[in-house]
Ligand binder design. Sequence first.
Ligand SMILES: Cc1ncc(COP(=O)(O)O)c(C=O)c1O
Length: 368
Amino acid sequence: MRVPYNYLKEQFADPMEDYLDDLRPLIQSGEFTFGPFVTAFEQKFAKYIGVKHAIGSCNGTDALMLCLKSLGIKGGDEVITVPNTFYATVGAIVAAGAKPVFVDCDDRYQIDPNKIERAITARTKVILPVHWAGGSPDMQAIMEIAERRGLAVVEDACPAVGAKVNGRSSGTFGRVNAFSMHPLKPLNVMGDGGIVVTNDDEIAQWIRTYQNHGMKDRDHIQMWGINTRLQPIQAVVAGRVLDTIEDLITARNGNARRLDEGLKGWSDFIHPPRRPPENREVYQLYLVTAKRRDQLLSYLMERGIEAKVHYPIPLHLQEAAAGLGYKKGDFPVAERQAGEILTLPAHQFIAGDQIDYMIDTIRAFYLR
Ligand SMILES: Cc1ncc(COP(=O)(O)O)c(C=O)c1O
């Protein structure tokens, strides 16, 4: 049996029926930068997650960078985040001119709020928690620290459209927050796309100007800006995918429950993270930690199960981080997890018998 990691061929198997009808009016309109198709999606997304402003951008990395720039982040400022995230979290901090400062993660692979305060210095401007893998960190604790210490929060909710904490959408706690619509994110498009969200009118206006060359109008620029606009074609695709996202989340949660259940009792070898009942996860990645991870990975791959590792090297130990002054041992939880973390396919196109096959194969590996 095959258990594929990638689901795009299945998702877009029938583009004729599902998407081309939606794209036709856009193509015929010639509205290829901004325009009503982008606005319609932005409004739909803002309503879906419950914010005042949603602003499309080229991708999630740009969305994060826009968030930081809109807060006036500049050289010498420090931004607190985790070492166990995708490179873009830190890439965006550096692109905004700031210095990334890492805080270790907890047993759920999310930033550990108990370790944030000791990383705060006089230069800290922002706490940037990541909703890693489509789960969520303890946003209440993070917001309390930020408020007490006078810091802004920017959420990297790139993997987490549809995730919730106590019924509130992830990515709506911070002052200005970012989502990705990369093809392997829950809300995905046929290429790249990102979204910034905020309830702050001034921030929204600044981002709308900066993302479009800093233009007030065709003949006047207010500031030196850049070009990072959501492509209307992607806005149309995203609008349609958003219509089905609740079904996708339900299917992924069903698969995750079945995997969690099947791996129960094997926790000496492999275990899913703690799952606080107040969180709704969207399982952009279904993560577990596993003993003899690399051997298990090969064993699964040989049997048609496309497991992956996100990621084997924490960011503070990457070559790119050499100038930040970290060393091995600085973030023991993230370092241990990097050696044990494993992603199993649990997306919306995985069926029950494929989940059971994965569970049986994992058990067979540890029984050998
Ligand atoms: C945690 C996280 N942050 C940022 C990004 C960047 O998003 P994008 O690929 O749309 O630039 C991603 C995904 O790629 C991500 O997983």
